[in-house]
Design a protein around this ligand. Structure first.
Ligand SMILES: [Zn+2]
Length: 141
């Protein structure tokens, strides 16, 4: 996962260091993440895990398109140094991957681990009906 330094620092410095979990979307150009939109979550969320506000995120994704920026994935925060994906995370990653148009076969789902403010770059790849999730290389440009 290639990410522009300013975007990486912006995310690490903007996410609240106390619960609830929040998240946001990532946009890329030429394979490099160069844009993000932080999402405080769905207003009716229980607050125990990140639940995206899909309406706001879709509006952002559409406005990015005009600037040639592609939707490239979703990040969210985890507390207490937890860097593994929860069952809920894996479920929503699968749902999103299967909902994507066929030309999108990979997306990033990084976790921002708190309090360390460290990003763990999960990459989901769709192969037909299955979705593989693994930790990708992390390169700040
Ligand atoms: Zn999670």
């Amino acid at each position: 996962m290639y990410i522009v330094k300013d975007v990486y620092q912006y995310i690490c410095n903007s996410v609240p260091s106390v619960p609830p979990e929040i998240g946001g979307i990532l946009g890329s150009m030429d394979g490099v993440i160069c844009k993000c939109q932080i999402d405080l979550g769905h207003p009716k969320s229980c607050g125990c895990f990140y639940s995206p506000n899909v309406d706001i995120l879709n509006r952002t994704i559409n406005s990015w398109k005009k600037d040639g920026i592609h939707f490239n994935g979703l990040f969210h925060t985890h507390f207490f140094g937890v860097q593994t994906l929860s069952d809920g995370d894996i479920a929503y990653i699968n749902t999103i991957m299967h909902a994507m148009p066929s030309y999108i076969h990979k997306l990033y789902f990084p976790i921002v681990v708190l309090p360390e403010k460290r990003m763990v770059p999960y990459l989901a790849t769709r192969n037909g009906k299955t979705v593989d999730i693994k930790i990708d290389e992390f390169i700040i440009v």
